[in-house]
Unconditional design. Structure first.
Length: 121
C-alpha cells in the first residue's frame, strides 16, 4: 500500500510519501517529541520517537491542588496520544487520496487496532 521493494530498497508511492510527510509533521503537533527514525515498508511502519522531558512513570501528574481545575495540567504527551493522532491523520488523508487521486482503497482499516511498543533508555 505504501510502495514496493526495488533492488532491496523501498520505493514509496504517493501513499507512502504522505505517510512520511505526516510523520515529519508530528513535532508541530507534539512539541516535546523528537523523531529519531522511521522505516516504511510496503505495508507497515517502524519508528522511534523520543518524548523529551517526560518521566517514564507518572506522565499525567497534576499541577495545583485539584485535578478537575481547567488549565492546571500540562497537555499530556503519551505515546498513545501520538500514535492515535498519527493513525487518525494518515487514515483521513489516505481516504482523501482514494477519493481525489484514485489511490487503492484499503480493506477494513488502514492501521491495526493497537501498536507494539518498547521503551528504550
Amino acid at each position: 500500500m505504501f510502495g514496493e521493494i526495488v533492488n532491496q530498497k523501498i520505493v514509496l508511492n504517493n501513499e507512502g510519501s504522505m505517510i512520511t510527510n505526516i510523520w515529519n509533521e508530528l513535532p508541530q503537533r507534539f512539541s516535546n517529541i523528537e523523531l529519531i527514525e522511521n522505516v516504511i515498508t510496503p505495508n507497515h511502519l517502524h519508528c522511534i520517537i523520543a518524548i523529551v522531558g517526560v518521566p517514564l512513570v507518572g506522565t499525567l501528574k497534576t499541577v495545583g491542588d485539584s485535578p478537575k481545575r481547567a488549565g492546571t495540567r500540562p497537555a499530556p504527551t503519551r505515546l498513545g496520544d501520538i500514535v492515535g493522532a498519527f493513525k487518525s491523520i494518515t487514515t483521513n488523508r489516505y481516504i482523501q487520496g482514494v477519493k481525489r487521486h484514485g489511490w487503492t482503497p484499503f480493506p477494513g482499516k488502514l492501521w491495526q487496532r493497537n501498536y507494539y511498543e518498547h521503551i528504550m533508555e
